[in-house]
Design a protein around this ligand. Structure first.
Ligand code: SF4
Ligand code: SF4
Length: 229
């Protein structure tokens, strides 16, 4: 029987193609700016490599050279909140913390993410109102980042777009028993931050949300008119 490693050859061709695709944009951009001998990626090339359109290799000499991870990169999950906006529609930044003021938290403590998480590293406590009834809100939310396997299931299954995969990868520390159990305040990040790291996903989700709201409003309009009549 003749055995020829077509699969291996094909795999090597894919690697070669990606390798060669890494350099045309470097060379053309460098020749435009006249910085051919500069080390590290040019800002325009780095932005291209961080986008969903990136085609070449993204290996750099870290930590001397750092580039923004591609949009589809995923590491540890984080939770989203809508920032409070000023009159001009810009998020209000808390001068003391440097963080955007928190408006609505998206998480409803439904628990789906915790159920689907393969290594079971999410722990949620639902908030309870003064009347003793449970509220659609988390009182506590923990993720053990050492157990998390970065699969992204939690973000895929969340029905409220409340949990997303972060691109921040510089999380190493000397202590892991306390610092690597992320609590609710640590996990909460604004939608502005989400938009900055994953602009394509953010734009698609916002468009889908707007379309859903418009459809809902259209559906509700005839019902109101019928009531008036
Ligand atoms: S699935 Fe989404 S809304 Fe439900 S608990 Fe998890 S993060 Fe919160
Ligand atoms: S990324 Fe995967 S392992 Fe990590 S918390 Fe989400 S579901 Fe669990």
């Amino acid at each position: 029987m003749k055995i020829f490693p077509f699969g291996t050859l094909n795999g090597m061709l894919v690697i070669m193609k990606r390798f060669l695709r890494s350099y045309p944009s470097d060379i053309s951009q460098r020749s435009k700016t006249g910085a051919l001998l500069k080390t590290g990626p040019d800002a325009t090339v780095a932005a291209e490599r961080a986008s969903v359109q990136q085609k070449g290799l993204i290996t750099v000499e870290y930590p001397e050279v750092k580039i923004k991870p591609p949009e589809n990169f995923r590491f540890i999950p984080f939770l989203l909140y809508e920032p409070v906006l000023d009159a001009s529609g810009k998020p209000i930044v808390d001068a003391a913390t440097g963080k955007e003021e928190m408006g609505v938290e998206r998480c409803t403590a439904c628990g789906i993410c915790a159920k689907v998480c393969p290594p079971q590293c999410i722990w949620i406590v639902r908030a309870v109102g003064d009347d003793g009834k449970p509220k659609p809100k988390a009182a506590e939310f923990f993720i053990d980042i050492d157990v998390c396997m970065n699969c992204g299931f939690c973000a895929e299954f969340c029905p409220f777009d409340a949990i997303k995969m972060d691109n921040d990868y510089e999380l190493a520390g000397y202590e892991r028993h306390i610092n690597h159990i992320y609590d609710y305040p640590t996990l909460l990040k604004s939608t502005t931050y989400y938009e900055s790291i994953k602009p394509t996903d953010y734009a698609n989700e916002e468009a889908a949300r707007r379309a859903k709201e418009e459809a809902k409003a259209k559906k509700a309009a005839p019902a109101k008119e019928t009531k008036k009549a």
